[in-house]
Write a protein that binds this ligand. Sequence first.
Ligand code: 5GP
Ligand code: MN
Length: 328
Amino acid sequence: MADDLSTTIAEAARLLAGARDVTLLSHINPDADTLGSALAVGLALHRRGVAVRVAFGEPETVPESLKALDTAGLLVHRDEVPQAPEFLVVMDTGSVQRLGPLGDRVTNCTGPVVVVDHHVSNTRYGTLHCVDSQAEATALIALRLLDEMDVEIDEPIARCLYAGLVTDTGGFRKAGPEAHKIAARLLETGVDAYAVTRPLMDSHPFAYLGMLSRVLAKAELDQKAAHGLGLAHAVVSLDDAREVRSEEVESVIDVVRSASEAEVAAVVKELRPGFWSVSLRAVSRVDVREVAQVLGGGGHRLAAGFTFDGTAEQVVAALKGALERVES
Ligand code: 5GP
Ligand code: MN
């Protein structure tokens, strides 16, 4: 099918075939989709003799659960990214703001800025956009690009893509038939699904249990919120998070969203004193991307987020206000 995406992917593959030095960027607080997609394409280019680096703006270190994806040592600290890169590929990042301190590299880039993404809110900040908001994960678009580049998909590349696919689809709960077929193709290369998935989704240090019990004990259900569809929310303060990694804090939302009385779930996470990052999830009826956008954030219809300066109470009040403003 000669759609827009086929055309831009063909153009991206053509540009990459002539590249000598490529910087691949992931969004801040990287997850398996953004980093897996960057590492998969990065690995293919590296094997072809291209000078490659993969980086993200924040935090300063690589989340422990994602380290196993970097089989060729392509990840570098953000300070090692050239001030004026000659070729950028930006993965799974809807806006320049989501690159954090590396956002200026987009403006400074002296060559192509290829954006590969599946956010419907993508602001088209590059020079070439391989964006498909129907794709369940950016990893699926990255695979289309690799196929267009005639890259052999072997286990180290497939592992990166599988990691992005399994996490962004909520363990394939939100995956359509095509995504399942692609998962089968990736597994056929020898990817060990259980070994890849467990550290990403099902494994936490014991301290997680204590953190969860403290945080969940304070969780609240407001059935009047979201036009009566209900909001369940929890707050993770810096103090609550003291003994755990970011992976543990990020997974609290998966517990809170199981509250069946609530259409919307939120976890309000303190990143620095008085500065919060909020994860939003909806079951089916509320478009939480719209809610997040009211507060300056973004995301997908059923999974979105925003950041906020203030107290935890102010974040929750602002969220409830935004939920009233958005139709459901
Ligand atoms: P999570 O809750 O897993 O961090 O994020 C869910 C989705 O919301 C992600 O796909 C991400 O794109 C989006 N998201 C989370 N936080 C922000 C934010 O602060 N700004 C924007 N624009 N999107 C966000
Ligand atoms: Mn994604």
